[in-house]
Design a protein around this ligand. Sequence first.
Ligand code: SAM
Length: 249
Amino acid sequence: MASSNGEEKKQSEAGRHQEVGHKSLLQSDALYQYILETSVYPREPEPMKELREITAKHPWNIMTTSADEGQFLNMLLKLINAKNTMEIGVYTGYSLLATALALPDDGKILAMDINRENYELGRPTLEKAGVAHKVDFREGPALPFLDELVKDEKNHGSFDFIFVDADKDNYLNYHERLLQLVKVGGVIGYDNTLWNGSVVAPDDAPLRKYVMYYREFVLKLNKALAVDPRIEICMLPVGDGITLCRRIK
Ligand SMILES: C[S@@+](CC[C@H](N)C(=O)[O-])C[C@H]1O[C@@H](n2cnc3c(N)ncnc32)[C@H](O)[C@@H]1O
């Protein structure tokens, strides 16, 4: 049954909650809070909780992967038995830690970010969790690194999973390279594909500047992925939207 206007008003008056990394696209904050409190936080490994709390105090905390998305990535990696992975866009490393905890002891994550300082902030939690040895961090823009990797045929089809959570204006450039690097049957996850819900906003909507700027690139990416015959896709409303692409050829 549709809720009455009074109920809707009460819900919106409850306000957007304050969880760090809150990017839920659910209409009800109470429902999102329910998910976090019922099935995410009680199961969150201690080092991830610690990193979430460290990140909450950082001025750019809006960039972090949310706890429910971290839990999702961790589960997904285990389901596909991922061992060799890549991450583009580390920030303080919440998704990196979720990944590292999911991989076997000899698993690897090639992690790239233009900013080392934020990675260093989270690095002690990787160490405490006993998974730092799985991480190979490279500081710098991802595209030249990918070009280097692609040059060496040994890297072709060598990654089980790749998570992309960085500069949206480069996702399509990444895509062409990543399709050579991920194995057939492997998965690329593109984050933020619903981009604050702005993908359905009218052109004259009062969006924040950076949301407006990257929106065009996200729209273009989504269109391109939808018709790309080399992959199967699944777009999930988790976090800020994540599109999983399974390479099929
Ligand atoms: C949304 S944050 C990543 C969040 C991270 N996955 C987490 O779990 O907290 C985006 C990151 O992409 C990085 N970045 C931006 N442009 C980049 C580029 N060209 N190459 C590599 N990293 C880049 C930024 O420095 C930033 O740390």
